[in-house]
Design a protein. Structure first.
Length: 211
């Protein structure tokens, strides 16, 4: 009944092209037209590194992991106590200390406890998983906010995500904007609330609808 979170917080962020542009045509000295060798200003971020450098995310991730460990510890203690009761029942039943009716009642009681333990383990697992998903979603929202700001400020054509499984095979370190992104991310605290969940002024001013 292990309910601990598996691994470190994995934030899979889809970072497609923020602003595309077509290769510009260039005329050679011979007068023929070819595609420009440059496809625009391309930079990249190291996503795995960002999740570690974002202090607010790291703090909340550690707190969530601590909750998972504590929940797992409590669940293991309850399971151990249940197993002791099962062994005690088996010892009493085998020694003839219990009537058939008492055995039936005890079996029913133990089955109910076992079911309750399984339900509690599943509830805790889902609760922790939901918290993990909320952290990931908030991180993605804050990251996209920063990337949009940087893209508009520096007029980058592409901001790529570089790392294992991203499909980007080689990069030049001079195009790495991870430090700048991390610096700006750290000005945005993780408050557990998405922008889409915050009521706008228009929403606040709207009259309540009568049913």
């Amino acid at each position: 009944m292990n309910i601990r979170l598996f691994g470190y917080l994995t934030c899979i962020v889809a970072l497609g092209t923020l602003l595309s542009c077509q290769p510009q045509a260039a005329t050679t000295e011979e007068g023929t037209t070819t595609a420009s060798s440059s496809v625009g200003n391309i930079v990249f971020i190291r996503l795995d590194s960002l999740t570690n450098q974002y202090a607010s995310l790291s703090e909340k991730t550690k707190a969530l992991e601590a909750r998972a460990i504590e929940a797992d510890k409590g669940q293991n203690e309850r399971v151990t106590a249940f197993q002791r009761d099962v062994q005690n029942y088996q010892r009493r039943a085998n020694s003839g200390q219990m009537s058939p009716k008492d055995m039936g009642n005890e079996q029913e009681r133990l089955a109910g406890r076992e079911q309750a333990l399984m339900q509690e383990a599943e509830r805790l697992r889902q609760e922790l998983q939901m918290e993990q998903m909320k952290l990931s979603a908030e991180f993605e929202e804050n990251l996209m906010k920063v990337l949009e700001e940087i893209q508009g400020e520096f007029n980058y054509d592409y901001i790529l995500s570089y790392g294992n499984g991203t499909g980007v095979l080689m990069v030049s370190d001079k195009n790495d904007i991870t430090p700048e992104v991390a610096k700006r991310l750290n000005t945005i605290p993780m408050d557990g609330q998405m922008d889409s969940e915050v009521p706008t002024e228009a929403d606040a001013a709207a009259p309540a609808t009568e049913e």
